[in-house]
Design a protein around this ligand. Structure first.
Ligand code: NAI
Length: 335
């Protein structure tokens, strides 16, 4: 077993040194998430070209980030006229463009503004880098991903394997809260989170968490589930009108983009929870464990066995998720 682990680590190292290098574009790069996410991508050894796009402010952000002594050639692009050049032949496009929540708002309240922003950006992706893996961060993710799918379909450029809603922050939160409560080493904890990325559609599967914690009661699991679902709202309230999660989201976004890049680079066994077109439930898009390959989604894994509590939560979320998916589709189709 040790020998196999060693061989895998050495294969991974070889895959990394053979990297051809990739172009990553961040759209919304001057924002609260975009700036730290751009910095983290500049530090990623698989990135050789980094395009930082926003409607304004990116020349400054790019000048700043470009001084970090890593390989990625970094350039800022500002305004509609430079969007095509920012995207040209990108391998991975990260989208944290749009407005964040203020206290009292749900993610769905952002739909009208962010839906239009995402639609325009994805049209440009279809025209300039149709083969890119798209990492959608802009909320409401449950609807912006279906919006992106419809835009790409209308352009004849839809590849379901390459469109991802980034739900990594839910996983990051579930791991942190679970480790803290169970007294486990945070870095060693794994918790799958399935469903979507809003309220009750966020479902951490603590029964499948590793390592197993024997000291948690049903009430603890319920509290951990609710805290994971409300993690974003916890940050929105603490920031008191100054936005939503940005630093932890940039970290989570960089983790997911790194997984996409490593998969593109031929590394095996890359498994992430992410919101993709899916047939494992009655919702047309659903987040679950996905194995990533060079061309994006390789295998969508089933949900495994659920506790009665998890099954009830799953059943309860599906109608909401279906409604939010339909809202995204209708937005593009003009229904
Ligand atoms: P922010 O307001 O700090 O930054 C957003 C940036 O998008 C701004 O720089 C703005 O100029 C830019 N922008 C607006 N229209 C644009 C366009 N047409 N093209 C390119 N850029 C454009 O907001 P923040 O905090 O960075 O959040 C961004 C988004 O990420 C929000 O929708 C937020 O709800 C979402 N989010 C998603 C999370 C997730 O887990 N998926 C977690 C936290 C936030």
């Amino acid at each position: 077993m040790f020998a196999r682990a060693l061989r895998r680590a050495s294969n991974d190292a070889i895959a990394r040194t053979r990297a051809r290098g990739y172009k990553v574009a961040v759209l919304g790069a001057a924002g609260g998430i975009g700036q730290p996410c751009g910095l983290l991508m500049k530090m990623n050894p698989l990135v050789t070209e980094l395009a930082l796009y926003d409607i304004a402010g990116t020349p400054g952000v790019a000048a700043d980030v470009s001084h970090v002594n890593t390989a990625a050639q970094t350039k800022g692009y500002a305004g509609d006229g430079e969007l095509g050049a920012a995207l040209k032949d990108a391998d991975v496009v990260i989208i944290p463009a749009g407005v964040p929540r203020k206290p009292g708002m749900t993610r769905d309240d952002l739909f009208a503004i962010n839906g239009g922003i995402v639609k325009g950006l994805v049209e440009a992706i279809a025209d300039n880098c149709p083969n890119a893996m798209i990492n959608m961060i802009s909320n409401p993710v449950n609807s912006t991903v279906p919006i992106a799918a419809e835009v790409l379909k209308a352009k004849g450029k839809y590849d379901a394997r390459k469109l991802f809603g980034v739900t990594t922050l839910d996983v990051v939160r579930a791991k942190t809260f679970y480790a803290e409560k169970a007294g486990l080493e945070t870095a060693k904890v794994d918790v799958p989170v399935v469903g979507g990325h809003a309220g009750i559609t966020i479902l951490p599967l603590f029964s499948q968490a590793t390592p197993k914690a024997s000291n948690l009661s049903e009430a603890d699991i319920d509290a951990l589930t609710k805290r994971t679902q409300d993690g974003g709202t916890e940050v929105v309230a603490a920031k008191a009108g100054k936005g939503s999660a940005t630093l932890s989201m940039a970290y989570a976004g960089a983790l997911f983009a790194d997984a996409c890049l490593r998969a593109k680079n031929g590394e095996a066994n890359i498994v992430e929870c992410t919101y993709v077109e899916s047939k494992i439930t009655d919702a047309a898009f659903f987040a679950s464990k996905v194995t990533l390959g060079r061309d994006g989604v390789d295998t969508i894994h089933g949900l495994g066995s659920l506790t009665a509590y998890e099954q009830a939560n799953l059943d309860a979320m599906i109608p909401q998720l279906q409604g939010e998916i339909k809202k995204g589709i209708d937005f593009v189709k003009g229904a």
